[in-house]
Ligand binder design. Structure first.
Ligand SMILES: NC(=O)C1=CN([C@@H]2O[C@H](COP(=O)(O)OP(=O)(O)OC[C@H]3O[C@@H](n4cnc5c(N)ncnc54)[C@H](O)[C@@H]3O)[C@@H](O)[C@H]2O)C=CC1
Ligand SMILES: CC(=O)C(C)=O
Length: 260
């Protein structure tokens, strides 16, 4: 392990966008901590990354638990001596009409997408302040943090909330030289979109499997759906010194879908 390397934690990185972000940061020279609630997939990813020669360790926890976010940071500092970048990537979806939104759905999505982001930001910021170093916190927002989508009401509300917390944390933490930004992907082919497509098709008899994904992605001006590496490219920039003068922003990376 190289103790000179910068250290990044990426939550929800056993698969999907988080895994691509972790891999990109490892290639950028970071020591990385992959975190997820899915332990089997997490261990597989850790093994794959070790075989590729990355400086990686894994930590199984639940981002919606404040204490577990603190333990994640503690574990990282114990293993790698410091923290430089914390990526609040873990997130979950739900597809229902507005009239069917219930308490379970609201609790689950807000707990993971919003509370998880707040707890992760707090744990990372406290560590940066203790270290007396600058630091970067990078949150997973979405096109749904700028525009609210039918059938994705709760999800969209959580991502608007992530954008709001990104702004307020950036304002309050700037005096410690902590930057807080967010990336807003569009339509990336991961397990999340597989689930969204499956659920949307259930609610509309005119849709066949794959149609909902196709419908969303056919509106993308650059003419193709998003690859996880498109998202990793933006996060790599936000984690680097090249973004030192940017804070409080929720930046769209969607191939031309939502314009703000
Ligand atoms: N796929 C897409 O098109 C888009 C995704 N996003 C956001 O990007 C982030 C990553 O999305 P995907 O990779 O597509 O999702 P995904 O569902 O493929 O992967 C999410 C990962 O988070 C983990 N996770 C779920 N709950 C957790 C918890 N409580 N604690 C720790 N880990 C947990 C899962 O086990 C999984 O490995 C999410 O925040 C999502 O909302 C935003 C816009 C578009
Ligand atoms: C998955 C997602 O973030 C969407 C539909 O915007």
């Amino acid at each position: 392990m190289n103790s000179e390397n910068k250290v990044a934690i990426i939550t929800g990185s056993a698969g999907g966008l988080g895994k691509a972000i972790a891999e990109r940061l490892a290639n950028d020279g970071f020591n990385i901590v992959v975190q997820d609630i899915n332990n089997d997939l997490l261990l597989e990813t850790e093994k794959e990354f070790k075989e590729k020669g990355y400086n990686v360790i894994s930590f199984k926890s639940d981002v919606s638990k404040q204490k577990e976010q603190e333990e994640l940071v503690k574990f990282t500092v114990k293993e790698f001596n410091k923290l430089d970048v914390f990526i609040n990537n873990a997130g979950v979806d739900a597809v229902t009409p507005f009239l069917e939104i219930d308490e379970n759905q609201l609790n689950k999505l807000f707990n993971i997408n919003v509370f998880g982001t707040v707890y992760g930001t707090q744990a990372a910021a406290k560590q940066f302040i203790k270290q007396n170093t600058k630091g970067k916190i990078i949150n997973a927002c979405s096109i749904a943090g700028h525009e609210s989508y039918e059938m994705l009401g709760t999800y969209s509300a959580t991502k608007h909330s992530v954008r709001s917390f990104t702004q307020v944390a950036a304002k309050e933490l700037a005096k410690y030289k902590i930057n807080v930004n967010a990336y807003c992907p569009g339509v990336a082919k991961t397990k999340m979109w597989e689930r969204i497509d499956e659920e949307m098709v259930k609610y509309d008899e005119n849709l066949n499997p794959g149609d909902a994904f196709e419908k969303f992605s056919s509106a993308i001006k650059l003419g193709r759906y998003q690859e996880p590496k498109d998202v990793a490219n933006l996060v790599s920039f936000l984690a680097s010194e090249d973004s030192d003068y940017i804070t409080g922003q929720s930046i769209l990376t969607d191939g031309g879908l939502v314009y703000r």
